[in-house]
Design a binder for this molecule. Structure first.
Ligand code: ZN
Ligand code: ZN
Length: 421
């Protein structure tokens, strides 16, 4: 490492899960790796720290979750900035950001014009491709997190910095594992969402999920599966159709996100499953369909994943009062969300006591503790490890593990910190 004057600015995701925003730079010019949002207890968006758009040489959007892209249009109020993302991320980002404006527009300092400007400035990149931006060389690899997700390698002044972004080593029905073999870096900026725990094997989780779904349907019940519209939604549909589960109704933005995913099918591991689900499952197209959807036994897959909004709220009110029905949560439930309240207190403010069965399934798309260590071991010549996108307590546990296994003491920066090399 030559090591003079390279800066890594943590503009978000320091000791927190969400608002990923990391600027890597030298001589006052930066590459910005993600520019996402978080949400406070009142569900209002929390922006990353600002950066002057004139100092941003290029923006990389690693995938289309709002905690990685939600603030990106802000950079386009006054300027055009070159941006890189996969085609799938670009197309899905428009959908996600338009929806974000609809739900939270009052709190946002950008409008549809800036979203359009961002999308127009995205130059599509592929896994394995290298591009240049000023003094930086950027290359991208498959991070295995959701369809179209990438990790990024930044080469600047003979130093190589690798940013995993959200990463997964486990093969799922939706995507293959991250492709990290042969990668080399001096500095690794790694997510640490599940730094202190391990996930059960995916195949076991799928089996338990399908068995439970069948049991409810056989007892004439309805299973509500609240689901994120991109990523988990397509994974759940693929699992259900692969196991011949019928009938399934799908409601919310999952339909558009699935259509966009199928336009870029090379990013899916089993595109034929999603295609079959789109043909054979009922996609709810209005109130007439919606009012019928919960009246006969079957599965309803509906956004939003934490029951914060979207049609899943309506279905919960309709099916939550009967014992034969079920609510199966299939993603992380953040503090303060109705999904978390159901898990912890058995109800929400609207329905204080749910009668239906409630279960949580560990379908994570983030590497667990053992896999994160594996990732670090498989990248060669690592000298510095920086932990982001994790809760501090979990990061401390993980940092001890990294020190024990690799002999490197990781840096745990706060948002606002600048690491100078
Ligand atoms: Zn993500
Ligand atoms: Zn994330």
């Amino acid at each position: 490492m030559s090591g003079n004057n390279i800066e890594i600015k943590i503009l978000g995701s320091g000791k927190e899960v969400g608002r990923a925003a990391i600027a890597v730079g030298r001589n006052g010019k930066y590459v910005l790796l993600d520019y996402g949002v978080n949400f406070d207890e009142k569900d209002n968006p929390v922006m990353p720290l600002p950066i002057a758009p004139k100092d941003v040489e290029a923006l990389v959007l690693t995938h289309t979750h709002l905690d990685h892209i939600g603030a990106a249009p802000l950079l386009y109020v006054s300027k055009n900035i070159k941006a890189f993302a996969t085609e799938l991320t670009r197309d899905a980002a428009r959908l996600m950001l338009e929806d974000f404006l609809k739900l939270s527009g009052y709190y946002l300092d950008f409008e549809i014009e800036e979203v359009n400007k961002l999308i127009d400035n995205i130059q599509p990149v592929e896994h394995g491709q290298t591009v240049s931006a000023g003094q930086f060389l950027l290359s991208f690899f498959d991070s295995g997190h959701i369809q179209g997700s990438i990790g990024t390698i930044v080469d600047v002044d003979s130093t190589r910095i690798l940013y995993t972004s959200d990463v997964n080593l486990m093969e799922t029905k939706l995507v293959g594992p991250a492709k990290i073999d042969g990668l080399k870096a001096d500095i690794v900026i790694i997510e640490s969402t599940y730094g202190s725990t391990d996930h059960p094997p995916r195949i076991d989780v799928e089996k338990r999920f399908i068995d439970a779904v069948r049991e409810v349907i056989e007892n004439n019940g309805v299973v509500l599966v609240p689901s994120f519209s991109i990523g988990r939604g397509q994974e759940i549909l693929s699992i259900l159709i692969d196991n011949d589960v019928y009938p399934v109704r799908v409601d919310g933005m999952i339909r558009r996100a699935s259509e966009i995913s199928l336009m870029h099918r090379k990013f899916l591991r089993r595109p034929e499953l999603l295609e079959k689900a789109m043909e054979e499952y009922l996609f709810v197209r209005g109130w007439q369909d919606r009012r019928k959807a919960w009246k006969t036994p079957g599965v309803i897959v509906a956004s939003a994943g934490m029951l914060k909004g979207g049609p899943s709220r309506y279905y919960l009110r309709k099916i939550g009062k009967e014992k034969r029905n079920a609510v199966f949560l299939v993603s992380y439930q953040a503090e303060g969300t109705p999904g978390r309240e159901i898990l912890e207190k058995g109800g929400t403010s609207e329905i204080p006591k749910l009668e239906s069965r409630v279960e949580w399934f560990d379908f994570s798309s983030h590497a667990d503790s053992t896999s994160l260590i594996n990732i670090l071991k498989r990248i060669s010549s690592v000298q510095t490890v920086i932990l982001v996108h994790g809760e501090e307590e979990i990061q401390r546990v993980f940092a001890d593990k990294v020190e024990k296994e690799l002999g490197i003491k990781p840096i745990i920066p706060s948002t606002g910190d600048t690491i100078t090399l």
